[in-house]
Ligand binder design. Sequence first.
Ligand code: ADP
Length: 502
Amino acid sequence: MYIVHISSECAPVAKAGGLGDVVYGLAKRQLSLGNHVEIILPKYNILDHTHIKDFSLEVAELWSFEDAFRYHNSVYKGSVHDLNLYFIEPHHNNYYFHRGVIYGSSDDIEQFLYFCRASLEFLHGAKKHPDIIHIHDWPTAAVSYLAHDIYKEMGFHFGKIVLTIHNLQHQGLCLPKNLTKVGLRGEDYREEKSLQDPQNATCINLLKGGIQYADQITTVSPRYAEEIQTEEFGCGLSHILQDRQKDLTGILNGIDKDMWNPSQDPHIFTKYPDNPTFISQIIENKQKNRKQLLDSLQMQQNSGPLLSCITRLAPQKGLPLILQAIQYSLDRGFSFILIGSVCEHQDKEMFENIRDQYQDTGQLHIHLNFDVSFAHKVYAASDAIVIPSLFEPCGLTQMIGMRYATVPIARKTGGLADTVFDVNDQLVNKEKRTGFTFTEPTKEAVCHTLDRVFHCYKETPMIWQNLMKNGMSQDYSWEKGAFSYQQIYERALQKKPLIKKL
Ligand code: ADP
């Protein structure tokens, strides 16, 4: 099958969160199953070139459009572990994708809409005819309606379009004129049955359009697929998703087994087996990682568990609950490391304050940045990872944690509920119990759970060891997930052609 992913992220060259890991891990597995797989990305000025091989100019003259103007683009090609990636570089007078960040610029909408159109222009111009175009979240949702309503009529042949919703909260709200800029008459799409935002009638909702135009829709865990059809988690689109219930599937994300592997991780101090039968060596080497990391950060060594949290500091992640977990652990004499990429100024201040408050204790390290290498070190050195999300489409940090024998402490929501089972959960086999969970998004629930964590670590080390072993034994690779996506693609290909909405 010929699959083209059009995406705003792909690890390790352009990653802001889980979406990047997922596109890379899934595409890599799809390639190894014998598919022809390509990925199209914007050529950000912050691409991490260290991982790209054979980077070269593929198309010097790609013309695309915005408003009444034609814009010149260059397309580069490179490979990452045998995966072919194309990078579109717009020569646009607003310097699109030269922002030093992937998201968060005031013109994100314009940049990604432009990218969607240029990607299709590239595929069409290069006479590529993918069986499946796989798009991801709002930044590339517009590919679905641009492909159907413009490029199909221009003779561009493609099979079907699959949209994956990695996070429903971000939907790409804009004005009709933004659509008009890339060649669709925006006002025509501002209809209830079309792309009009359900909450704000003056706005276009780019993700809603993707949900309506895609042949199949997936989201990143079975639990989240159910949740987003409810008013509570549907972010205003629950009824649109209910309408497409038959075409909506939750497929649990995997993690890339090579990228996240303690036995060959180039970032960590001391490698250790990725096989739970060698638990004594795992424990010994985890201790070494922990000692080396704490020394390097000038933190105190102590006999309690080292807790960590590796996250975007977005409200979704339960910021007051993270703060509570930090404070509660430190007040009981334990250590905590937080790596947080910051979104809002006031959140940054909150975490800087707690850092100042505990700076002389040697128990706390807060790193307010996105730092992949440091994250690997922290996964390897920590005993437990705290994930108190208010909602979590899938979550990868619990799976990565388990792969590194780091016990997850998670709130039971979305993909966390599908992957982390409490040490005392009688409803699942003992081998599936991998961590500590709680349901209520409250500080009390966090503290109560941490009490159980501290007690288990200190008083029942064999149970703790079992949690480590169980976590490492779970298969969260892409094997199963990639197979499920293949089935979704087959289902999409069997569908009747989409009838144009307008
Ligand atoms: P989300 O996609 O909502 O950010 P996920 O748990 O699905 O959350 O995926 C997060 C991914 O990003 C993981 O690979 C995690 O290790 C990584 N990550 C998150 N925050 C940071 C950070 N501050 N520095 C480095 N890596 C991070």
